[in-house]
Design a protein around this ligand. Structure first.
Ligand code: 2NL
Length: 372
């Protein structure tokens, strides 16, 4: 065996025996590095006679190529061995149960809003929304509550600061969702050039009053309803509210009682009570309100839209009449689902949300029972 053959085989043996990347790299440097044994042999070619070069050149180059190929092959083999070793130890057991993922739930207020939308959609009402930061005109003036009206004091309004020297009335956080209906009526009047068209809508959303105790939070939710059409009267109002309350509490034996009241934006105005009774020691909405344990509970305010309000929005009150009502959503949720502390609604305690919340797929439907 020539010297070159011997050198080649020495390296091939070493390469076959090596077991780490570092050791393989050391062999590469010793054989093929700048001062490697085979690299130095290649440099001797220059000093040879052409005849010698003819025979030695292929041998030396062949040895260099063979060693380089062996190193590459060994490297690839070691990498796949390492991968196989990892695959063997890091095997996933697909039969193990997966770790449980935290699951969100639908807040009772959102659930009730969805139920309201479902019930009123069935009666031909759409859902309207609007800004929570309002101006004085949409929140008060248009609703027949002029600047000096005592009803303003009843609202405990949150006002925004006014820039110094400005003559403008302060912006405010809406104290009810009525401005949404005002905006709709104004839009309809504009769109129809004052001639008007029927309006059937509910406006659910956040409202704000500077009030805080066990039954009041500074932010709360309200739903208002508005009907504007020709020949609308109190009978339509009472039927609509009765139908709504029976669908919402999912009982047909719920009675309503309308009591005369006062709101600046309705005339006449009525407070609406629902009858309750006691079943199995628990107070429930519906049943015989006139029984010993029964009684009446106020849940809504309502009335015929004041002609001034219709006129303020650009419609003719001699042509268009309507009714409106307002109701606290948080209170509806408490009554239906048995929560007793309003403040817990907005504390963000996940245990409360988990206990009272609804599954994402518990979509209210009339056929399934809106609260199913
Ligand atoms: C209550 C009373 C009520 C209205 C809200 C209304 C809206 C327009 C015109 C006329 Cl745009 N009225 N809303 C009417 C009567 C009562 O709410 O006690 N809410 C909790």
């Amino acid at each position: 065996m020539s010297d070159i053959e011997a050198i080649k085989h020495k390296y091939l043996d070493e390469i076959a025996a090596v077991s780490t990347g570092d050791a393989l790299e050391a062999i590469r440097v010793a054989a093929l590095g700048k001062k490697g044994e085979i690299s130095l042999l290649l440099k001797t070619l220059g000093k040879m006679t052409p005849e010698e070069r003819q025979t030695e050149g292929p041998k030396i180059n062949g040895a260099r190529q063979a060693v380089a190929d062996a190193i590459a092959a060994r490297k690839e083999a070691m990498e796949s061995e390492a991968l196989n070793a990892r695959l063997a130890t890091e095997k996933l057991d697909m039969t193990l149960p997966p770790p449980s993922a935290p699951k969100g739930s639908i807040h009772p207020v959102s659930q009730v809003m969805d139920e309201l939308a479902e019930i009123f959609a069935d009666l031909g009402f759409s859902v309207a929304t609007g800004p929570e930061i309002e101006d004085d005109w949409h929140n008060f003036t248009a609703l027949n509550i002029p600047e000096t009206h005592p009803a303003r004091a009843m609202h405990d309004t949150f006002y925004f600061p006014v820039p110094e020297g400005s003559e403008e009335l302060p912006k405010l956080l809406r104290t009810h969702t009525s401005p949404v209906q005002i905006r709709t009526m104004v839009d309809v009047a504009k769109k129809t050039g004052g001639s008007g068209e029927p309006i059937y809508l509910i406006a659910p959303g956040r409202t704000y009053r500077s009030d805080s105790d066990a039954t009041h939070t500074p932010m709360f939710h309200q739903v208002e309803g508005l009907v504007i059409d020709k020949g609308i009267h109190m009978g339509h109002l009472k039927w609509t509210l009765e139908t709504f309350v029976r669908a919402f509490f999912e009982r047909d034996d719920i009675e309503l009682r309308l009591r005369p009241s006062y709101f600046p934006f309705t005339e006449p105005s009525a407070e609406v009570d629902v009858g309750f009774s006691v079943e199995n020691g628990r107070r429930i909405i519906g049943g015989d309100a006139r029984s010993n344990e029964g009684g009446w509970m106020e849940i809504l305010g309502s009335g015929m839209v004041h002609p001034n309000v219709i006129r303020n929005c650009g419609l003719d009150p001699d042509v268009w009449q309507g009714f409106a009502f307002g109701c606290g959503i948080d209170r509806l949720a408490m009554l239906k689902y048995g929560m007793d502390d309003l403040r817990a609604f907005f504390d963000g305690d996940l245990r409360w949300a988990e206990h009272y919340g609804f599954g994402a797929l518990d979509v209210p439907t009339l056929s399934g029972g809106v609260g199913a």
